[in-house]
Design a protein around this ligand. Sequence first.
Ligand SMILES: [Zn+2]
Ligand SMILES: [Zn+2]
Ligand SMILES: [Zn+2]
Length: 283
Amino acid sequence: MMQRLSCTVLGSGTSAGVPAIGCRCDVCTSTDPKDRRLRTAAAVQWIDDGGQDRVLLIDAGPDLRQQVLAAGIDRCDGILITHNHVDHMFGLDEVRRFNVTMQAPVHVWAEPTVQANLRRVYAHIFEPQDNINPSFVATIELHDLAPAEPFELHGLTITPIRLLHGALPILGFRFDAPGGAQPLPLAWCTDVSAIPEASMALLAGVDTLFLDMLRERPHRTHLNLEAATALAGTLGARQTWFVHMGHEVAHAATEAILPEGCSLAFDGLKLTNQKVAAAGENR
Ligand SMILES: [Zn+2]
Ligand SMILES: [Zn+2]
Ligand SMILES: [Zn+2]
């Protein structure tokens, strides 16, 4: 039975981050800490049946180092990659520290097309024999992902879900566990502009949904405010949290106009499932 599961939003920002370099707009100069957004990523943490702490990261963006330091994460049992855009994979080099702390390879799950991009960008990791000097490079084991093909990791069931990011097919993820109370079932759907019909069925019954919401104005490859709130209503999760926001989204002002059941996520948001104790058990 899944115990003490949590999901931490490590970053809730769009590809440039907020504040954006060189921008003096109201959001980029805001003093509200919720208007500061690192690149979108998350950590799912739980204790498995053997009592071992487990940490699964969703994406490995350029802010990975400061994100895991801020969250106090010192191990990594796996990384799920949604797609190979820079803001979701350019922190992969940092996982070499997890090789040190765990004395083990880091397991990375990605679609074959994404793996090809990882091998290209990180040639020094995947073809270390070509490095001129032997040096401290990450040790990574790649594993295949395919949409609608669930797999289990230390008691957590992970279902990759096909999403469309403009014309680019990418993956979202659904997480389930036996006996898992809210925020399970939980789904993470970043960088999405449309969800194919077959994927809508895989998102049925989700308690907590993280969903892309770039800004108010429409965008070709991301949901805007109107589309994201409409989709949240269709999917009907108990709670939907928007992620991947740009600097046009002021946290407090936008939060005030969202419909019930929708909120803006923010960096450091942590949803925790203290497993419901059986009757008579101490809490
Ligand atoms: Zn992105
Ligand atoms: Zn700005
Ligand atoms: Zn993207």
